[in-house]
Write a protein that binds this ligand. Sequence first.
Ligand SMILES: [Zn+2]
Length: 342
Amino acid sequence: MNSIERIDATIHFRRPDRVPVDLHNFQPAARATGLPLPEVFRDGALLAEAMLVAWREFGHDMILLENGTACNAQACGATVTYMDNSAPVSHTALIKELKDVLTLEVPDPYRAFPMCEILKATRILAKETAGQVWICARADQGPMDLAAQLRGLDDFMLDIAENEEPGLVDALLDYCRRVATRYAIALIECGGHSTSIGEPVAGPDMLSPKHYRQYPWKHEKRMVDELKARGIILHNHICGNTLPIADDFIATGAQVLEIDHKSDARALKEKARGKTTLLGNINTGLLHSGTPCQVEDACREAIEVMAPDYGFILGPGCALGTDTPADNIHALVEAARKYNPY
Ligand SMILES: [Zn+2]
């Protein structure tokens, strides 16, 4: 099997020849270019080249392409700061009151920066890899995270807790869903095999399960449904312990759930078995500071717990830190070849 066949089998609960492996490595890949990170993260050609060099070195099955967690916010008009040592950040609210969302327009991803640069990177990767690797072109952020960026995290959490304007909370989440969906479709048009949203603000570390069900859930579900109707595979990425919302998280129908090491993998696998593919969940702290042997042990355990009955992609639990050692990344990729449960 090649990487595309391996991941296609995995996502559809057929037997692959081994567990596929992904890397969430845009930060170390950009650092390895030797260029300033802001330059790489603003330029689709440089970003694509960085991801290609890393793919040729590590040989993973799935490339996760993005320039961080502020792409959609910037395309909507928010101010974004490009950092020297990590991904760009968006800390300044775009709207002062909830009702201001009614004046916002959904950006055209082919024209709005930096979406247009990530589309360029997707096209280059698709051409240069010629069907040899699965490209997940990420439509970060999802409805909840983008809403928190555009409104400001503290104010949006208060909007939800006080619940005085539920119609406008939903209007903002709906706008953000339309932004991410429009972008996701463009990423697939440019050659992505799947796409993804990041929704860490929707997770129990940030938002109560009750509020997850009340607000972001239905917008995530609608996004999944709209993309599925077009045959598009969506990953949903929520950091932290997702077990308290696992049933709802799975019920969105997202074909891939990206999980980190804080969730009980055994319990999540029981819930996800036959319904959705789990991707993760190796601790990025271990990948940054541990030894290759420790990384290998963690991968072996993850495969033992989550690979049975298929539907498992091995990878980091979240974005790899900029200075993650290459030896540990090799250990992660090699573990998928070494410990084959099939
Ligand atoms: Zn994460």
